[in-house]
Structure formats: C-alpha cells, structure tokens
Design a protein around this ligand. Structure first.
Ligand code: PFF
Length: 449
C-alpha cells in the first residue's frame, strides 16, 4: 500500500475528472444506439429511473468506500473485510475493465479516423448511403482501424504513466465544458432539419408497450456503463478525493451532467436519423453514419466536424484513462509493481483484447459466440452482467457490512454537513437496489416468467 497517494488538486478537478470518466462514448455512441434498438422513449424513461434510484446511490457508495479506504479497488475490500470473499469484487473489476477497454478502444480509434476524415474533407459531397458505405468499408477493414487503435492506446499509456493529477485533471478541465457547448450547437442544427419532429417524438414520447424485461436490463446496463459504475472506477477516483470533497454533491453533479449529455446526444442524433432515412436500430454504427450527414448541412461544417470528433475522442480518452487507472492502481499498489511497469502490462493486455474486438467486426465476423461477435459479447457481458453484479455486491457491502457510522461520517464530513437523505440512501443500498438488480436478472435469464 503506498502511503503518499496523490489527491485531485482543485474542486473543479474532482468534478471534472469524475465527469470525464462518466461522459464518454457511453453517452454519445452507446446511449443513442441502445435507445434506438430498445424502444426510444420507453428506454429513456427506464434509463432515467435506473439512474435516479440505483445509479446515484451507488455512486455515493463507491465514493464512500474509496475515500474511506484510500485504496484501489482490490485494496479496499482487503482493508475493510480482510480474508473474506468480498475480495472477488476487485477481480471482477479487473475483468470488466479489460472487456470494456477491449471494445471501447476500438470505437475510440474510429473517432480518430473520423477526425482525419474531417480534416481532409472526406465527408464532403457524400450522400447518406455513401457515408454508410464508407463507414462500413473502414470499420470492417483489417488494418486501418488497428492503426488508430494503436495510436489511441499509446496516448493512454503516456497519460497513465504521468499519474492521475497531471494527466487526467488537466485534460478534463478544458475539454468537458467544450464538449458540452458543441453538443448544444449540434442539437440546435439537428432539430431544424426537415422531419426532425419524428426523431424527437421517438426519443421523448414513450410507447409503454415497448417496455419488456430485455429493455429494462439494457437500460440498467446502460446506466451502469454510462455512470462508470460497478467496477470500482469511482472507488479508485474516490480514493483520490480530499477530505473536503462533498460526496453527495459530487455524485449528484456527475449523474446529472452525464444524463444531460446522453439526452443531448439523443437530441442531436434522432432528428437526423429520421431526417436522413437511417434506421434508429442501426446498432453500433449509428453515430458514425448519422452525424456526418448533419455536418453537410451546416454553415462551417468543416470546422464543426473536426471539433466534434476531436472532442469525442478526448471524452473517450478521459473515460479509458479512468478504466486503466482502476487496473493500474490495483497492480501497482497490491503487487508492488512500479507504476510504469504496471501501466505497460495493462495497456499490453488491452491491446490484445482490442485487436480481437476490432477483427471480430471485420475479417472474423462469422465467428460468433451465443450468436454474438466477440465485440458484441464483450459489450453485452460487461455492461449488462458484470457491472450490475459488481454494483449489487458493492451495494450490499456498504448496506450491510460497512459500519453505518463510517458511511455517515464520509457523507457528512464527520457530521459537519446536513444530509437529509442518509437513511433513504442506506435503505436503497440495503434493499431496493439489490432487489431491483436481482429481479431484473431473474426475469431476463428466464427464471421468472
Ligand atoms: N462511463 C464511460 C462512458 O460512458 O463512456 C465508460 C466507462 C468508464 C465505463 C469507466 C466504466 C468505467 F469504469
């Protein structure tokens, strides 16, 4: 255990780093495609309920654990419950990190290609159908996605070796506000496209008959994924919080901003989807085949498109950095490996996973497991199974195993802050969240009708 752990330098730094982890491809790439495939407005409603009732309380639970233990995800459970089975949460987190990093880095690589296309004016003059073909050709190619993937992983390596404070905080501080502004500009452009109302209706007018157990599972998975929950990421970041950080307020800010960005992404994408005759259930390709169409219709589209993909790439980077940090801090502190060496290992293993993911979309797309490509399998298993199970265990741990007084002291800064929601929070962590997650699993995997 290292005793001289760094902490985030400023208040803005804490929020920006946590928001930087939460806001990423999950909001801009994954949310629209999941919503598009799972009922639009109906999905959004279930998603919002999950964020409010399960997401926010669990963010607080992870923050409590992290700041109290001042330790990485493995060390946290070793410290707070030595020689018990709880340690499994640490190992599950490592597995989830690698699976997510595997497919996430591939998509991040795609955003780099799109920056390149934007700079060289590659979208210019292409019709919606041509843009789709160009994307498919690129993403199913063997080598070009791998080159961008390599570059992306290299950038991660240098940031993680540099340490939390220097790398993550600075990056997030500037880029997150910028991303927010540019999304709003695109939303405005999108809602003035011909036929935009249909897209807005798709997103905001829920058809409740579309809600079924699969939609609920996917919305819950998306909430965990988007909030960076259930794999110790917020435990790790919480361990870098200073004594002054207000956990409740930070949890609220992070989940609100994250949800807002997802909704903005929806408002940007669905009007365009309907306006250009693209299918909302196009899947992981959705953003990449929709957004370039919008640029073509914008004054100054050249600059906007460069900015857009640049900011998404950075949003992806601040999220992957947080995942790398989970595993790097674990290995560095628990196995006494130097930070540089630990980072090398983690990036190396990720490279293997992500090359497999990338090839599984192109040359290896006929090899499927349970009907899914490796890419889809990693995505499904991590977001819809590993993160919720991790969240379930973390919830039970803080609810039943951790001393209530400890949680109270963390949340209220030793009684200095008022906290009207403390008892409801503990109730949710003990009963509501675990029961809800369990029921969603049971009804999905065939045990309940
Ligand atoms: N929350 C990130 C996103 O929405 O893009 C993805 C993510 C980051 C998931 C960190 C899990 C995690 F631990």
């Amino acid at each position: 255990m290292s005793s001289n752990r760094t902490t985030f330098a400023t208040k803005l730094g804490v929020i920006a780093a946590a928001v930087g982890s939460a806001v990423g491809l999950g909001n801009i790439w994954r949310f629209p495609y999941e919503a598009g495939q799972n009922g639009g407005g109906a999905f959004l409603i279930v998603y919002l309920i999950c964020v409010l009732l399960i997401g926010m309380p669990l963010i607080m639970a992870e923050f409590i654990l992290g700041r109290h233990s001042k330790s990485n995800v493995g060390g946290t459970f070793k410290k707070l419950a030595p020689n018990t089975g709880w340690g499994v949460i640490g190992y599950m987190s490592v597995l989830a990190s690698f699976l997510i990093l595997g497919f996430y880095s591939v998509i991040a690589g795609w955003t780099l290609e799109y920056i390149y296309q934007a700079v060289t004016n590659g979208f210019s003059g292409l019709s919606a159908a041509e843009l789709k073909t160009a994307f498919t050709e690129f993403s199913t190619d063997t080598y070009s996605p791998l080159i961008w993937l390599g570059l992306f992983l290299l950038a991660n390596y240098f940031i993680i070796v540099g340490g939390v404070k220097n790398g993550i905080e600075k990056c997030s501080n500037i880029m997150m506000p910028l991303l927010f502004i540019i999304l709003i500009v695109f939303c405005v452009r999108s809602i003035f496209l011909p036929g935009a109302e249909e897209g807005l209706r798709f997103l905001f007018q829920p058809d409740f008959t579309k809600i079924n157990s699969n939609v609920i599972l996917r919305a819950m998975g998306q909430a965990f994924f988007s909030l960076s929950l259930g794999m110790g990421c917020l435990i790790t970041y919480g361990s870098y919080f200073s004594k002054e950080t207000k956990l409740g307020k930070t949890a609220f800010t992070v989940s609100t901003l994250d949800t807002l960005v997802a909704i903005l992404a929806g408002v940007m994408i669905f009007p365009a989807v309907f306006s250009f005759g693209i299918s909302p259930s196009a899947g992981p390709d959705l953003v990449f085949i929709t957004v370039p169409n919008v640029f073509q219709r914008m004054a100054g589209g050249y600059i906007w498109s460069i900015l857009f993909f640049l900011l998404i790439a950075v949003a992806a980077l601040t999220s992957t950095v947080s995942m790398f940090e989970v595993v790097t801090a674990f290995i560095h502190e628990e196995f006494n490996m130097s930070r540089r060496k630990a980072t090398g290992w983690v990036v190396g293993v990720t490279a293997v996973f992500s090359v497999i993911c990338s090839l599984s979309i192109g040359p290896w797309k006929d090899y499927t497991i349970l009907g899914m490509t490796v890419f889809d399998l990693f995505d499904f298993v991590s977001a819809n199974i590993l993160l919720p199970v991790g969240g379930l265990l973390i919830s039970l741990f803080v609810g039943f195993r951790l001393d209530k007084k400890t949680s109270y002291n963390e949340i209220t800064d030793n009684g200095k802050l008022k906290c009207w929601y403390f008892n409801p929070l503990i109730f949710i962590l003990k009963y509501l969240a675990p029961v809800a997650i369990t029921l969603i699993f049971l009804s999905n995997f065939g045990v309940l009708g």
